[in-house]
Design a protein around this ligand. Sequence first.
Ligand code: ZN
Length: 544
Amino acid sequence: MKKINLFFLFILFTSFLFAREVKPVKNVILMIPDGTSIGVYSAARWYKVYNNMGDALHIDPYFTGTVSTFSSNAPIGDSAPTTSCYMTGIPSRSGYISTYPVHDPGNDLYPIDSTMAYQPLATILEASRIENNKATGLVVTCEFPHATPADCAAHHYNRGNYSALAPQMAYQNLDVMFGGGNSILTKDIKQHFKNNGTRLIQNDKDAMLNYNEDNPIWALFGDRALPYDLDRNPNTTPSLSEMTEKAIDILSKKENGFFLMVEGSQVDWAAHGNDPVGIITEYLAFDEAVGKAIEFAKKDGETVVVILSDHGNSGITIGKSDCKGYDKLTLEQLFGEVSKYKNTASGIEQKLIDVKPEDMKAEFKKHTNIDLTDDELKSLLSSKNYKEGNYMEITNSPNLTHNIINIINSRMCFGFTTGGHTGEEVLLAAYHPDGDVPMGHLKNTEINDYLFKVSGLKTPLTKMTQRIFAKHHEVFDGLQYTIENKDADIPILVVRNKKNTLRVPAFSSVASLNVKSFDLGSVTVYIDKNDTFYLPVNLANKIK
Ligand SMILES: [Zn+2]
């Protein structure tokens, strides 16, 4: 009975909530401050007030509602299934990147069809490109195959499997990819960029900002993620707002319009660390990007901007029970200390990691204005990753960053309930030139519905999924096929018919017929759990 009720509730929501017309627009910008709970907006706003940076956030005039964001079988979401749901319309399980979940009997919060387990699901980005010939872009501060960007342009049940996710993102033929992850590029990815004319810019901010060609562009900074905004060298590393502005500048020249996703990737990471200055300044860096996107949308008149987080993180509050009488504290008492820090805790760690034990007190004071107690000094010197540490003193204690955060937080009154994700709803903000914005309390599935409609898509995503991600044994039924595993990371499906041989590599958009390469128009996915290739349904015509 309970299950039937759930099913009807979802049908009801998806059929009626957006039954009202939403006017489609040319360009859609989706912005995700990862892991941003409501307390982050409040703290960031007061931080601005205290530091004479104004009293409002760029997002403030555009709040329209709240969104429940959850996994298919749990109310607290992980980054992989949460943005997947915005992209595909189907909630999924922890770790799943735009992939249909495995049924979890008794726990599923959404009607799950067990025959569809591991099925890659077409995303708004893929549908926008394939159906409406839109340009596509991703702008992030994490490494490019990290969960949120991967959710837009790749598919796998394991978010950590970069050998499956990274090539898909490259073969997705994005027009713009700005972010981190140079060390993740493979020889094959670089060759593909040469073949399809993508300009690859590595660690060169000026080259990115001055880019003025028609070809697709990837600009990556650093081996993995970019530094936190507060720790960034502005001469060598662009801000999220600079990357967003440049991406919009490039994409807005494309005649069919564009879909762009911008992620403030590391609000979440600072929240995992319970680092207040990191959380606040990462959000503010994201908020600057929001300002740029809204400014463009208003001028352009054909652009929608949707802004929402993917889940809460850390339970951050202004005020905590450890601070006696905290509800009477002044603005100075609450925001004076956090405003002194010129680096995040992770940035301070970089400055302390090689410092000699005898210099630690002075060096710590230099960056934090804090006089360490003897116990605090001991905690720093015994940090697991402290390079100058005496091995007799190094314990199994946490890393330096963690110990720095403990010291800093003992002098501030921000509260944290956890170092992980939380299950409350996230704030939703949106701008539409005609005011057709999503309003009230929505579910994650309804965000997908809104993005689908406002993008002007007609083919339901379930149909698009059947078209671009059909199972190989159904597509090539009756033909002779084998899966080659010479390269364990990239298996190849080989199909033979009379004298013809079709070779389809996994996680690619380029296949070959009798050694002649051709473009598939979408990426292929191989799933080891069911030994299945997912590929375009019309591929059979090539060889039949
Ligand atoms: Zn997240």
